[in-house]
Design a protein around this ligand. Structure first.
Ligand code: FMN
Length: 186
């Protein structure tokens, strides 16, 4: 799967978001298809360093046993829609940070998992207000999207209880929309 296989609306949403987002293809070794500017800022990596590769490269040689076990369980168990875990990552320049990683699955109308969507947030340097600013930024993104989605008969449900779920809800709506608009779809 390549970047051009991402539905345009979903790609635009990710590229325009003010929080770090990364999208991977489901299946295989979940290699990255797309990352956005906040991701590049946070990690120091450019597209050429990460696209087409698994995001575990951010861990370098850190162990992260518990976090990786939770992520693996999420990837393997189809009943799990989202996971959130802190995980130690290392920037391109070698500086480590604690990444609050939120991961979710994006499904096609058929129920098949098509993409995996992640959001990264540096909790190591975070004062509480930075985390809440992150949530606010996300909530703004969501409310800007609401009118567009409503025009297509899609409503964003639920409150902003977890970032993972919110990001997933909006992105899922985009994917569902793209599916509905695909030629040949009943
Ligand atoms: C879309 C996506 C984004 C991810 N982002 C990160 C990340 O920012 N940092 C990280 O340490 N792991 C990230 N992961 C998790 C790793 O890619 C991998 O799934 C995890 O390390 C568990 O598998 P492993 O034990 O085989 O490495 C991401 C996974 C996906 C699917």
């Amino acid at each position: 799967m390549h970047t051009q296989d991402i539905p345009t609306e979903l790609r635009r949403y990710i590229e325009g978001a003010h929080i770090a987002l990364a999208l991977a293809a489901a299946g295989g070794d979940t290699s990255l298809l797309l990352v956005n500017e906040p991701f590049r800022q946070l990690t120091g990596y450019a597209d050429v360093d990460v696209v087409g590769r698994n995001c575990r490269l951010l861990q370098r040689d850190t162990e992260n046993r518990e976090a990786r076990a939770r992520i693996q369980a999420f990837l393997q168990d189809e009943r799990l829609g989202a996971v959130r875990t802190p995980i130690v990552n290392v920037r391109k320049d070698g500086r480590p940070f604690v990444n609050l990683l939120s991961l979710s699955k994006l499904k096609a109308l058929s129920g098949e998992v098509r993409f995996l969507l992640a959001s990264q947030f540096d909790v190591s340097r975070s004062q509480p207000e930075l985390l809440s600013a992150y949530e606010t930024a996300l909530s703004r993104t969501v409310s800007r999207l609401n009118p567009t989605l409503a025009e297509s008969g899609i409503v964003i449900e639920g409150s902003l209880t977890t970032i993972a779920n919110t990001v997933a809800t909006v992105a899922q709506a985009k994917l569902t929309l793209a599916d509905l608009e695909a030629p040949g779809c009943p």
